[in-house]
Design a protein around this ligand. Structure first.
Ligand SMILES: [Ca+2]
Length: 108
């Protein structure tokens, strides 16, 4: 009984540690349509006004984790046209292909 209690405390400690040290994935962006090419993992609560030179005007598809939503922005600093995605999207559309420069991502 004493060992059982100690083990439960240990398990709770491990759970608490793992939750604080690993960020929750919110979405994954892909270089090409149909989730192909290079991938870019976005964590929950990540708001990035500039995606960076290597990923600017690249995103063509994305997976969105359940309960999460990602908004892509056409220009740096949340400028231009935004579009929000709530589920896996094999192609962001002709009007939104290869234009993403920033993003915000949040899960409930
Ligand atoms: Ca692309």
């Amino acid at each position: 009984m004493k060992n059982l209690g100690r083990n439960i405390v240990l398990i709770l400690a491990i759970l608490a540690t793992s939750q604080s040290s690993f960020a929750q994935t919110c979405a994954v962006m892909y270089e090409h349509a149909n989730y192909e090419g290079a991938s870019y993992i976005v964590n929950n609560g990540e708001n990035n006004p500039w995606i960076g030179n290597s990923w600017n005007d690249i995103v063509s598809s994305l997976t969105v984790l359940p309960g999460c939503q990602i908004t892509l922005w056409q220009h740096i600093n949340y400028g231009g046209m935004p579009r929000t995605f709530y589920s896996n999207t094999s192609y962001v559309g002709n009007d939104f292909n290869d234009i993403t420069s920033g993003y915000t991502c949040n899960c409930h």
